[in-house]
Design a protein around this ligand. Structure first.
Ligand SMILES: [Zn+2]
Length: 531
């Protein structure tokens, strides 16, 4: 029995997502992403175009095993002048190892007559023949109706006829594509409702692009109108402004539409945050902190009133419990947060604070914030500060002095190069040390010099990777004399991420503060001073 309320998730990160500027997948990337998608529990993974390029050819030759999802090969309906059996591209798709194929065809009369330059009838035969050939080849067929929304606006009768043709030919799914991404939720609602009079709604799907920032809303509108397949990508990657983002769509279906059901994905919701973030690693981007549901700021509270309210009852300022999507609440520390919030944070760090010490700590916080420090987003520096003031621990090292020299010169090959050299003098325990290191820039050189001294004592520091470095001018009117705030985000081998901050009139000095906090925080955790 078909569950007419079951929503099927169709991921196209590996095909449509790969069209995004700055992204190119190798075979290994595709394998890792397919594994993430399978763990997330999506129903279909569109793997690419069989035979169209070397990466896809290699990937399809050796598709990794999946626990839940089905692979889909993507291709076009047959060409106008060829038969299905003689169209080599279509045949390659039909012979691919994936159990399902997605065939894209035209549903807008203008595209048929203008772009293809063929008769409207011919386009219908191309759709019908290609789908029948795919079914004969034993495939489950998904029909992506390109420009379906434009077709519906301009010539609804033809658009509907094209989609009915695909359904009659045996396609399991008929998917309306908002190819140009400019539709509104009401457009989608109307199109899906009209089609439902001709094709059972649980055979309809939606494929949105985010050009009007409406891809999530449009996908949900289609589901409200009865469509039951959503196509999209992880974190909304895709050409131009991206495809529909499956992460919030999945979470919204799970939490906001009680009558809709999900397959495996419905049981793996706590995987959403780790998977969305791991995906960013694979594509070499920094995860968006403000991403709905899964961003590090999605449940961050800063205002004192919000923080004290949320400690009484989280539903006062949160639409869902962050743990349900594998995320966590973050109480942003600043003087604004108020005494109660800072006390709560210290308690969670295992620090017991007396009233007098707390007053001094708040004063210190006020002073640092007036200098330009911001612990908003720099939790590691806040924790370090709280511990130093309220529950001192023996320092792992002391930096006595540092010096950085930059040099620009022509090398032996005749190229103009810039190199930095850093010298540090440090105490570790009772011993004095000096180290010199080179780097492509002053921060890099300094980082290397610090680690050169520390690694014999604390070899684990070599596992730290700097993943983001930001400089912000705090006094822009001061020109090059401006005070700068440097924020550094680091990561260890366990994927633990932490952020530290430094402020100074000298950008190298500010960087050095942030860098040192990062090392100190890491040592504090790895040496068991805090959790
Ligand atoms: Zn697309």
């Amino acid at each position: 029995m078909i569950d007419a309320n079951r929503v099927f998730l169709y991921d196209t990160s590996l095909r449509d997502g790969g069209q995004m500027r700055g992204i190119s997948f190798g075979v290994r990337d595709k394998q890792i992403i397919a594994d993430l998608l399978d763990t997330l529990g999506v129903d279909y993974i569109e793997a690419g175009f069989p035979g169209a390029n070397p990466v896809d050819t290699d990937f399809f030759a050796d598709l990794p095993p999946l626990k839940h999802a089905r692979f889909v090969g993507f291709g076009m309906t047959r060409r106008a002048k060829l038969e299905s059996s003689t169209d080599a591209s279509l045949q390659t798709v039909l012979r691919c190892k994936a159990p399902a194929v997605c065939l894209v065809g035209k549903a807008w009369d203008f595209q048929v007559t203008e772009a293809l330059g063929i008769a409207l009838e011919t386009n219908l035969s191309m759709i019908e023949d290609s789908i029948r050939a795919a079914i004969t080849a034993g495939k489950e067929v998904i029909f992506d109706a390109e420009h379906a929304l434009d077709g519906f606006k301009n010539n609804p009768a033809y658009m509907i006829e094209a989609l009915i043709t695909a359904h009659r030919a045996g396609a399991r799914w008929i998917v309306l594509c908002d190819t140009n991404g400019g539709s509104l939720p009401t457009d989608i609602l109307r199109a899906v409702e009209s089609l439902s009079a001709h094709i059972p709604h649980h055979h309809l799907g939606i494929h949105c692009h985010n050009d009007a920032d409406l891809a999530t809303a449009n996908s949900l509108a289609a589901l409200e109108a009865g469509a039951r397949m959503v196509q999209g990508t992880i974190n909304g990657i895709g050409e131009r402004c991206g495809n529909a983002n499956l992460i919030p769509i999945l979470a919204n279906v799970a939490f906001k539409y009680p009558h809709l059901t999900l397959g495996t994905a419905g049981h793996h919701l706590e995987q959403l945050t780790p998977i969305a973030r791991s995906f960013e690693d694979v594509i070499n981007r920094i995860a968006n902190p403000h991403a709905a549901y899964v961003g590090s700021a999605a449940f961050a509270h800063k205002g004192g009133l919000h923080i004290s309210a949320i400690q009484k009852n989280s539903t006062l300022y949160e639409h869902i419990d962050p743990a349900r999507v594998g995320n966590q609440r973050d109480l942003v520390m600043s003087q604004q947060a108020g005494r109660a919030a800072i006390m709560a944070r210290c308690q969670s760090l295992g620090i017991t604070v007396e009233a007098k010490a707390m007053e001094e700590f708040l004063e210190e916080l006020k002073r640092l914030e007036s200098q330009g420090y911001s612990f908003d987003g720099a939790d590691a520096s806040f924790d370090l500060l709280a511990r130093r003031r309220l529950s001192p621990f023996p320092p792992f090292y002391t930096l006595r002095s540092f010096r950085v020299i930059d040099e620009r010169r022509w090398n032996a090959k005749g190229e103009l190069i810039t190199l930095s050299e850093a010298t540090v003098k440090m105490d570790v325990g009772d011993t004095h040390h000096m180290a010199v290191a080179e780097g492509n820039g002053p921060v890099n050189a300094l980082d290397r010099a610090l680690r050169t001294v520390l690694s014999p004592f604390y070899p684990e520091v070599n596992a730290i990777r700097l993943i983001d470095y930001k400089v912000r001018i705090l006094t822009p009117t001061a020109g090059t004399e401006a005070v700068t705030r440097v924020t550094i985000t680091s990561k260890d081998h366990d994927d633990h991420v932490w952020t530290t901050v430094g402020v100074s009139g000298n950008v190298i000095d500010a960087s050095c503060h942030a860098l040192q906090d990062s090392l100190m925080y890491f040592l504090m955790r790895s040496e068991g001073v805090c959790s």
